[in-house]
Every structure is written in C-alpha cells, then in structure tokens.
Design a protein around this ligand. Sequence first.
Ligand code: GLA
Length: 387
Amino acid sequence: MASSESAVSCFETNFQSSPQVVATAPGRVEVIGNHTDYNQGPVIGAAIDRNVTVALSRIADTVFRFASSEYPFVEVNDSSLKQSGENAWVNYPLGVYNALIRRGLKPSGGFQIAVESNVPSGAGLSSSAALELASAKAIASAFDLELSDKEFAIACREAENDFVGVPCGILDQGVSAFGQAGQLVHIDCRELVFSTFPLGSAYSIWIFNTHKKHSLVESMYATRHKECFEAVDQLRAAGLEVSYLADVNPDQFEAHKSRLSEDVAKRAEHVIYEIERVNQVDSLLAEGQVGQVGELLFASHESSSKLFENSIEELDYLVSILKSMPDVVGARLTGGGFGGAAMALAGEAFTDSYAQSVASAYRGRFGDEPDILHCHISDGARLLSSN
Ligand code: GLA
C-alpha cells in the first residue's frame, strides 16, 4: 500500500506538524458488469492492494490545504468552489467534504491534507474513488462525523457526480468502501446492497496496464451514459414501461430493438446482456465454480469491443493473447474503457513468466510493454490512526 509513513512524511514536510488522522482506501478491479452500474444492474468487483493514503488535520482557520508528491500544492479559502487546470486533483477531497456537510458534518475551520498513492492513474483502477474514500474516512474522523460504509460510498459517488462532474455509477466507490481481503464485492446497484463472497485462494487477478488512454475518455464515458438513457427513452416510446436498462429483459429487448436507432441499440444490447452475464457469474461463483466463469468474462470483453465500443486495439490484443495462456480463466477490459488496463482472472499455474510472455508479445506488436500488476484482493477503506 502507499504507506502510512509516506503520507505522514509528506504531511510533516508540508505542514510542519503531525497529522491528526491517517486513512487509506484501495483501487479496484471490475471483474464483470461493464457499464451496468448506472443502468441499475448488478456488478462484481474486487479491491486491489494498491492504495491512496491520506494524512489530515483539522485546523482552526477556514482554509483548505492540499499537498502531494505527485501534484501541485493547492490552498483554497472557499471549499464550495470547484478547482480547474492542474489544481483539479483537489476536487475529489473537496467534493467529498461538501458531500459530508450535506450529511451532517459541522463545517467549522478547515483542514490540511497530504495524499500519497500507488494506484496507477488513468488505468481504469479507480484511483479517484480511492482518493475520495480515503479523504472521506479522514475528514469524517477529524470532524467527528459517524457514517456507515454505505453512506460513505454514496457520499463519495455524489462528490464525483455533482462536484467533479463525472456521471459514474456506484461501482468504484462501493468496492473501495466494502472490499475485503480475498473477497469479491457484489453490488446490487438498484437496491444499493453490497455483499462479499470468497473468490477461492487458488485464483488471483493480473492487470496489464497499457498506459494508452483516449484523450476524450471522460466525454466518451458521458456519451455512453447518455446513449443508455436515450435507449430507455426510445424503448418507452416503443411502448415499454421502463425507467432503466436493468428493467428490460433480453426477450423484451429483442422484441423492440428494431425501434431503436443503430448506435443506441448496440449500447442497450451490451448492457442488457451484460446484466445476464453478471447474474450467471454470480451463480457460478456462489457454487464455487470459478473455473466456469471464463467464457462469460471473454464474452463481456467481446461485447464491450463490438457493441459498447469502449475497447481499444491494445486491450483487444491483450485479451486475445491471455485467452491462449495456461490457467487463465477469463480476461477483459476493466472499468470505463477507451484505454486503461485489461484484467485476467487466473489460477496458480499462470505464473509471472507467462505474464512476461504476454508483455513481450504485446511489445512485438505495439513497440512498448504494458505494466504487469499481480494483485492480491484486499481490504476496503479504513482509518489507520487517529489522535
Ligand atoms: C467507471 C465508472 C463506474 C462504472 C465503470 C464501467 O469505472 O466510474 O461507475 O460505470 O466505469 O462499468
């Protein structure tokens, strides 16, 4: 994890004092359920052993100071103002502070916070949700606000939707809040029910980070979000009484899809069948049949690539190579897409030397190598110390 020591030392260097609280939160991998969350479907993820760790103190002056070894130092007096340009990184903790005020935090004085991370950013591993959750745990503790993990997840999603301005679902914040070592997190995004279940110790997650990212990734995510709700509007116009794509079953979709415009029909088909795949994976995992979920993971990727069109050539290539590797159960893009990382669920016979051979095949094709992260499934957001 981004160590507590490094966050504390960043705090001491910048603020010449010891922090009042230290908190940490993990990045996540999306195991299956691509763009199902904001459509009110289910999704399965896992917290990974890459963290954002923050050290924070409440101060008497109404001023908010943000330090990090990666990003510029920022000081603001008005916590309700969104920052832009190179200061935009502080919108995550600032947005969280505002969301916590709406949940009863009594704003008096300010805070100073130091942030350290080893979650690769831009890889689809939710470094921003990790920053939100770690900040939320630290701010709530320093300001004596008690919240459940569910409320933390919802507040952090609200910060991202309303303050940062990304129309994401609850996946990233839910997994970062509810992660547990060795356990997958299942989220029913309609009822907001978060549950965990063991993956089985013989399996682990490998991540291949391409470092490729479409320059318009955020607006492309927003476009897909919009298209999903256009699909709902068009299905309603065709006579189906639905509010979300999760309300539509495959038979209803097949009976009405000719009434949808071409791109919108593809987005809806991806989401509606992806929800079926998540439910099938959930049942197989509940029976301990981890080895059987691979086809569903590969089908998820194929559907992202062909129907949702949020893959890139590099991810398609990684998934096709991983498919031929020993003991890879399944592989797919993970997260919002349009770049980032591919994940593989693999058994013990898939070793580092196989991972290296995936990377060198990739280099043969694209000229550079993806980063390889072999992840342990880890605990969710938590307070590490408070004075
Ligand atoms: C991003 C979003 C999530 C989810 C995934 C796609 O990670 O933040 O809410 O929509 O993309 O499944």
